[in-house]
Design a protein around this ligand. Structure first.
Ligand code: ZN
Length: 274
């Protein structure tokens, strides 16, 4: 076996090993509504992050941990993020309290390969807006409406195990236009009782990482106790999980791989090192 083949075999072995190990999921929540609002506390006594972690942990391939805003560095230290294959993000009233250095850290981790799942009101988080580059604004209404979530991509890993649609009896309405860049793949669209529609399951690649936005999850409703919602989040963890860790924040000056023939020409050279 030549050196090249040995390298290929080693790479295949490495990726096979990575596929068989557990996916390390960190569920981040600002954890404010559940402590201040009695009605929300009744639905999620330990917080939405704990409910999601408990439900996802029923899947043997997912290893879950949680982190919240009030922990030092919001629970998202460099080492926590390095060990994270997929970060799930729920925020609403405290987007402004998230430190810019942590936002930058999360953004760089996504660009180097970590997966990110942004839930519901996380559309307005600093992290999501930094990765999208748009305002991510939308219409909303809190009126106990039925939401019908249509499966647009039956063959996609994120919709595995779902039918043509599923419904949530009570949800907050989010309506278009959702100010996002065109998704690389749109997997769900929601219809609401009051008449609006919304792109509710959107996939993007950013650098070496994958990002999924999933709409449901208003804090006043038991959405994260719904088995279809949990199925989607679990599927999204498998789709978005880290496959490589390759930082993209350097633009190196590269020596030539092949020798370059000397030319009889004279151009100026700026020689700027980035
Ligand atoms: Zn909401």
């Amino acid at each position: 076996m030549g050196l090249q083949n040995t390298r290929v075999a080693a790479a295949i072995l490495l990726s096979a090993r990575n596929m068989s190990t557990k996916i390390h999921v960190t569920i981040w929540n600002e954890f404010r509504h559940e402590r201040k609002n009695e009605a929300v506390k009744r639905i999620y006594p330990d917080g939405m992050h704990a409910a999601i972690a408990r439900a996802l942990s029923a899947s043997k391939d997912l290893a879950c941990r949680t982190a919240t805003l009030d922990e030092p560095e919001h629970g998202l230290t460099e080492s926590v993020l390095q060990e994270t294959d997929v970060l799930i993000w729920w925020g609403h009233v405290a987007h402004g309290d998230v430190k810019d250095e942590v936002v930058k850290r999360v953004q760089q981790q996504v660009l180097s390969g970590m997966g990110l799942i942004v839930l519901h009101s996380g559309h307005y988080s600093k992290v999501f807006r930094a990765l999208m580059g748009t305002n991510c604004s939308l219409k909303w209404r809190e009126a106990d409406e039925k939401e019908r979530i249509w499966n647009l991509a039956p063959g996609h890993p994120i919709t595995e195990g779902l039918g043509e649609y599923f419904e949530l009896p009570y949800e907050e309405m989010y309506g278009e236009r959702f100010d996002i860049p065109e998704p690389d793949k749109l997997v769900f669209i929601s219809w609401f009782e009051g008449g609006e529609v919304f792109r509710s399951g959107c996939c993007w690649e950013r650098g070496n990482g994958r990002v999924f936005y999933f709409r449901p999850g208003h804090e006043a409703y038991p959405t994260y106790h719904d088995e279809n919602v949990i199925r989607v989040i679990g599927n999204a963890c498998r789709w978005a999980r880290r496959r490589v860790t390759l930082p993209t924040d350097k633009a190196p000056n590269a020596p030539a791989i092949e020798s370059i023939k000397k030319k009889d020409v004279h151009f100026g050279r700026a020689g700027v090192q980035q």
